[in-house]
Design a binder for this molecule. Structure first.
Ligand SMILES: NC(=O)C1=CN([C@@H]2O[C@H](COP(=O)(O)OP(=O)(O)OC[C@H]3O[C@@H](n4cnc5c(N)ncnc54)[C@H](O)[C@@H]3O)[C@@H](O)[C@H]2O)C=CC1
Ligand SMILES: O=C(O)C(=O)[C@H](O)COP(=O)(O)O
Length: 375
C-alpha cells in the first residue's frame, strides 16, 4: 500500500506509516506522472485533485486534511468510485483564535465591540459558529448570514444586508461556484460600504469569496475600513497592492495551529484505516500542552488582549508577511506556510498568571478554553 502524503502534514509517518509506505510530496507541484504508483493520496488545499491529476492512476482513496474541499473535483472523484474524505471542523478553533487575535490587535476595535459593537459573520458552519461561541464568551454581539442554515438554529441568523451593516464583518464562507447560493465574489462594494465607520473586514474563508477589484475600490471609497486578509485570490501569486493596503495580511495560516493540523491528519488517517479494515494506534499523536505566562494586565479588554496575544499574536504573522512583499511574493507566501512556527490553541495551554486571576477572569478563561472540537 503506497500512500502519497503532502509534506506539510504533521505526523505523516507516525500516522500513515501504520497503514502503508508513506511517500511525501510537495503539494503545489504534484503532477499526473508523480502519482502513478500511489494507492492513496493525502493532500492539503494547494493540490487540485481532478482528472488531470488522477486519470488512469490506481488511487482509490483521496483524503484532504483540510476543512475546505474546493480543490477537489468531487463529481469526477465520485464517478471514478474513489473514496473521498475531508476534515470538517479540524481547524475551526484555530481560525476563531486568529479572528480574536486580529480584533484584539486593531486599535480600539476590541474595546468598541465590548462596549456594544456587533460582529457580522458570513458563513455559519463550523468556523462561523466557533467564532460566534468565542464572541459570546467575551460578551460580544454577533449576527450571521448563511443561506443553508435553518433560521431556528440561532436567533442571530439574519439576511446579508443586516449582517454587512456591522462594525466587523468576518467572512467564513467556503468557495462555491454553482448551485442555489454560489459564494464566488459574494460581497461587492455596495455590500461592503455598509460597514460601520472605522469598521473591519476580515476574510479567512477563501480568497475567491471577495473580489480583489472590489476590495481595492472599497479602500478608495472607504479608507477608514481596516482590511484583515488571510486568504487571497490566485494564491500564492497574490495581488501586491491589496496586500499593501491591509491592516493585517497573512499567508492563509488562520487554520495553522499545530492542534488543528494534527486533528486534520488524524481524521484522514482514521478514515483510511477504516477503508483498509486496519487499526490505528491512537496513543502516538497526543501532544503535551504548552506553558504560557500571561502578564498581569487588568480587567476587560486589557485582560482579553493579554491572554489572546500571549497564546497567538497575529501581528507576528503579519510582520513576516510584510517581509516577503518586496521579493518573490509567490515563493515567499509558500515558504512562510511551509516553515510556519508551532502555534497552539488556547485549550492546549497551561496558563501561569503571576498576578493571579479574578473570578470574572477565571470564568472568561474557562468559557474560551472549553474545547469544542473533539478528535
Ligand atoms: N483561512 C484558513 O486557514 C481556513 C479557511 N477555511 C475556509 O473556511 C470555510 C468554512 O469552514 P467551515 O465553517 O468549517 O465549513 P463548513 O462546511 O462547516 O461551513 C460552511 C458554511 O458556509 C455556508 N455557506 C455556503 N455557501 C454560502 C454562501 N453563499 N453564503 C454564506 N454562507 C454559505 C454553508 O451553508 C455552511 O454552513 C472552508 O470551506 C474553508 O474554505 C477553513 C479552515 C481554515
Ligand atoms: O482547512 C482548510 O480549509 C484550510 O484552509 C487550511 O487550513 C489551509 O491550509 P493548507 O491546506 O493550504 O495547508
Amino acid at each position: 500500500m503506497k500512500i502519497w502524503v503532502d509534506e506539510n502534514i504533521p505526523l505523516a509517518e507516525t500516522l500513515f506509516g501504520q497503514l502503508g509506505d508513506v511517500v511525501p510530496f510537495a503539494g503545489r507541484t504534484l503532477g499526473h506522472g508523480d502519482v502513478q504508483e500511489a494507492d492513496a493520496l493525502v493532500v492539503r488545499s494547494v493540490t487540485q485533485v481532478n482528472a488531470s491529476l488522477l486519470a488512469g492512476s490506481r488511487v482509490k482513496f483521496v483524503g484532504t486534511a483540510t476543512i475546505g474541499v474546493d480543490h477537489l473535483d468531487l463529481p469526477w472523484l465520485a464517478q471514478q468510485g474513489i473514496t473521498v474524505c475531508s476534515a470538517p471542523g479540524s481547524n475551526a478553533q484555530s481560525v476563531a483564535e486568529y479572528v480574536l487575535s486580529a480584533l484584539a490587535a486593531l486599535g480600539t476595535t476590541l474595546e468598541d465591540l465590548l462596549a456594544g459593537g456587533c460582529v457580522g459573520i458570513v458563513g455559519f458552519g463550523n468556523v462561523g459558529r466557533q467564532v460566534a461561541r468565542c464572541l459570546a464568551a467575551l460578551g460580544i454581539a454577533y449576527r450571521a448570514y448563511d443561506p443553508w442554515m435553518p433560521d431556528d438554529l440561532d436567533p442571530n441568523l439574519t439576511d446579508l444586508d443586516a449582517v454587512t451593516a456591522s462594525q466587523v464583518l468576518c467572512c467564513h464562507a467556503p468557495l462555491v461556484k454553482d448551485g442555489a447560493h454560489p459564494s464566488y465574489h459574494l460581497l461587492g462594494v455596495e455590500d461592503l460600504t455598509r460597514l460601520d465607520t472605522g469598521g473591519v473586514l476580515l476574510n479567512a474563508g477563501r480568497g475567491g469569496v471577495l473580489d480583489t477589484e472590489a476590495l481595492l475600490s472599497l479602500k478608495q471609497q472607504r479608507p477608514d475600513i481596516a482590511l484583515v486578509m488571510d486568504v487571497w485570490e490566485n494564491e500564492p501569486a497574490i495581488d501586491l497592492s491589496l496586500a499593501q493596503q491591509c491592516a493585517i495580511a497573512t499567508p492563509h495560516i488562520a487554520g495553522y495551529s499545530l492542534d488543528g493540523k494534527i486533528r486534520g491528519a488524524v481524521m484522514i488517517a482514521r478514515a483510511l484505516a477504516q477503508q483498509l479494515g486496519a487499526s490505528l494506534d491512537e496513543a502516538v499523536f497526543s501532544q503535551s500542552s504548552a506553558e504560557v505566562k500571561v502578564p498581569a494586565s487588568g480587567e476587560g479588554a486589557h485582560f482579553i488582549r493579554s491572554l489572546i496575544h500571549s497564546v497567538y499574536d497575529v501581528r507576528e504573522d503579519d510582520q513576516r508577511f510584510r517581509h516577503i512583499l518586496t521579493g518573490d511574493v509567490a515563493a515567499g507566501f509558500d515558504r512562510l506556510r511551509k516553515d510556519y512556527p508551532v502555534r497552539r490553541e488556547l485549550a492546549a495551554c497551561d496558563f501561569d498568571f503571576p498576578g493571579g486571576l479574578s473570578e470574572q477572569q477565571r470564568d472568561l478563561l474557562l468559557a474560551l478554553t472549553t474545547p469544542t472540537a473533539n478528535l
